[in-house]
Design a protein around this ligand. Structure first.
Ligand code: MLT
Length: 267
C-alpha cells in the first residue's frame, strides 16, 4: 500500500485509475475510505488519489497539538509534488473543503478544478467554537463510540442505509483520539475564507445533501453564488455525506465537472 513522506510524516494514500490526477480530501473524523465509491466509479476518467490527512487513518500518528487547515493543505501540495503531479482536480468534503480552500489560497497553480462538497468558507463563530470545545470534552470523557452514536444520527440523511451507517462508524471509531482533538482545535480556529471565493478562477462544483442538517442546501447555494460560474448539485435524500449515501449522483456530477459538460443539474 502506498505511502509518501511529506513534511516529516508518512502519509497513506489509496489510488485508482489512469489519466489526469484528482485528489480527494476527507472530512472530520473520517479517512480515505470515505471515497471508495469515487475511486471505483471515476477510475475510467481520472487517476484518483485519496490520502489519509495528517494524523488520520493509516497515516503517521501526529504529535501536533493543533492540525491547522493550512498545515493540512501544505501536506496535500507536498503529496502531489512527491507523486510528480503538477495539477489536480481537488475534491474536498466538509473539513476537506476547508483544506481545499486553504490549498487554493496557497497553491492555486496546482488546482485544475474544485469540488466543494457539504462545506463552507466562513470561520466558526463563538457558539460553534464553544461547541468544538464541548465536543473535545465529550470525546475525552465518553470515547469514540459516543461520538459515533452522535454522528451516525446527526450526519446521515433520512433512512440511511445500513451500509452508510457502518462505513461512517468504522471511520469514526478508527480515528485516533489525539487526531480528533487536534483537528477539532484546527477547525475551531480556522480562518474565514469568504473573501477567497471570488478569486476562484477554475471550474467549480458546489455540492450538498438535501437533508444535511449541518450545512443545509441554502448555505450550499450561497457558497456557489459567491464563486464565479460555479455549478450546484443538491443530492436528494442525502445528509452530510452524499459521497457514501448517493455515490452515483456525486460521481456523475464530478464527471460532468471534469468534462466541462453543460448539464441539467439536480437542484
Ligand atoms: C466534517 O464533516 O468534516 C465536519 O463535520 C466539519 C465541521 O465540523 O465543521
Amino acid at each position: 500500500m502506498p505511502y509518501a513522506r511529506v513534511n516529516g510524516n508518512m502519509l497513506f494514500y489509496r489510488e485508482s485509475g489512469e489519466g489526469p490526477a484528482a485528489i480527494f480530501l476527507h472530512g472530520f473524523p473520517l479517512d480515505h475510505s470515505l471515497w471508495l465509491d469515487q475511486l471505483k466509479g471515476l477510475a475510467h476518467v481520472r487517476h484518483c488519489i485519496a490520502p489519509d490527512l495528517r494524523g488520520f487513518g493509516r497515516s503517521d500518528p501526529t504529535v501536533d497539538a493543533v492540525l491547522t487547515m493550512e498545515m493540512l493543505a501544505d501536506d496535500v501540495a507536498g503529496l502531489l509534488a512527491a507523486l510528480g503531479i503538477e495539477h489536480a482536480d481537488v475534491i474536498g468534503l466538509s473539513m476537506g473543503g476547508y483544506v481545499t480552500l486553504a490549498l487554493w489560497e496557497l497553491r492555486p497553480d496546482m488546482v485544475r478544478s474544485l469540488a466543494l462538497i457539504d462545506t463552507r468558507a466562513g470561520a466558526d463563530g463563538p457558539e460553534a467554537q464553544a461547541a468544538r470545545d464541548a465536543m473535545i470534552d465529550r470525546i475525552l470523557d465518553g470515547g469514540r463510540q459516543a461520538l459515533a452514536d452522535e454522528m451516525v444520527h446527526g450526519l446521515l440523511g433520512r433512512a440511511p442505509s445500513r451500509r452508510a451507517q457502518a462505513r461512517l462508524r468504522s471511520m469514526i471509531e478508527g480515528t485516533r483520539y489525539e487526531t480528533l482533538v487536534a483537528s477539532l482545535e484546527g477547525m475551531r480556529d480556522r480562518k474565514d475564507r469568504t473573501a477567497v471565493l471570488p478569486t476562484i478562477s477554475v471550474p467549480t462544483l458546489v455540492c450538498g445533501g438535501e437533508d444535511d442538517a449541518l450545512i443545509p442546501p441554502d448555505r450550499i447555494r450561497e457558497l456557489a453564488a459567491a464563486i464565479p460560474g460555479a455549478r450546484v448539485t443538491i443530492v436528494p435524500r442525502s445528509g452530510h455525506l452524499p459521497v457514501i449515501e448517493s455515490p452515483d449522483v456525486v460521481n456523475q456530477a464530478l464527471i460532468e465537472l471534469f468534462e466541462g459538460r453543460k448539464v441539467v443539474w439536480w437542484r
